[in-house]
Design a protein around this ligand. Sequence first.
Ligand SMILES: [Fe+2]
Length: 392
Amino acid sequence: MREPLAEFDWKPPTRVVCGRGCVARLGELVAAEGCGRVLVVTDPGLTAAGHPRRAVESLERAGIAVVLFDAVDENPTTADVEAVRERSAAEQVDGFVAVGGGSCIDAAKGADFLVTNGGEMADYRGRVGLERPLLPLFAVPTTAGTGSEVQSFALIASEATHEKMACGDPSAAPRIALLDAELCASMPPEITATSGLDALTHAVETAVTRARNERSTPYSHAAFRLAARAFPRVLADGDDLDAREDMLVAAALAGVAIEASMLGAAHALANPLTRALDVPHGLAVGLLSPHVVRFNATEPATRSRYAELGRLLPGAGGDTDDAVEALVGFLEECLTTSGLPTALSAWSLDDDAVGPLAAEAATQWTADFNPRTVTAADLAALYRAALDPRRS
Ligand SMILES: [Fe+2]
């Protein structure tokens, strides 16, 4: 007897164009979608690196008028989105081009909701239905992490509470994503590490969630296989364009998996750490991921799904216990190799702070999708394990 298949409804919304130098095709692709005046949304660091200039040149060669907005912050807030909305409304653009990491893509995505359908960002929490169509959004990621370039959700922090709101609609995924590894070569080592840990954690969490299904699992596995080989290489040599390209593709594949399967406890635990202590998102999920795998692996079905991932690692054995250990060991090694802090004790977090953070983690949407039910007490135990992993 086989397990009944989960129902699904699938029309991939984003065309993905991948290749070295493919940002040169941006103008032609945007023009073909009928846009004539676009807002390029990026950040000041990327402007200094010259990436938006390559995008703007391609757009202008195709006869598209370009307005530049290059003031997006690292973790976009409702105020950032409002600034993008104001500019796009004032300039009467008919499309958005986001050049940057998940922050730039999410800021453009959020502004698209507001400029076309009005209201404020909090009105779009969860998966909403829109009254009016969005403007086309084109995404050119310069980091390999969030997968926002293929997703229908934007993560926007409330300016007042710093709470991260997931705002989405099935039509909000970018129309086209261009994956050009040349734009990743200048990524600083710390961003390479944190974004890579995020992509890896997406692959691992999407492979086991309650919502995972027959269409998401192959994406999770393909993302994990690529990232497992490429992540150590991009850490060792940021100019390795083959490895950069593998990470870009891995992040996008994991992003596709998230659309179907959502995420799990590592993401639920990470959000309060980012809000309260400014722990970068990718580092937070990377720190917690080995502990969450050990916690979830006590359930036999989840254990065998983790073992499937473990067997994708070079040299890993076929035995379930060995494969799960290989997976945990690999995730720990990635964290160590990244050169980032490997324990939460690196932040001013003591035992007293754990309870309130765990209570907050229990309210996160992603906690509901974790394969093993997690209570606030479980989440507190996971924080404590990550405070000083030598004790666990
Ligand atoms: Fe993430």
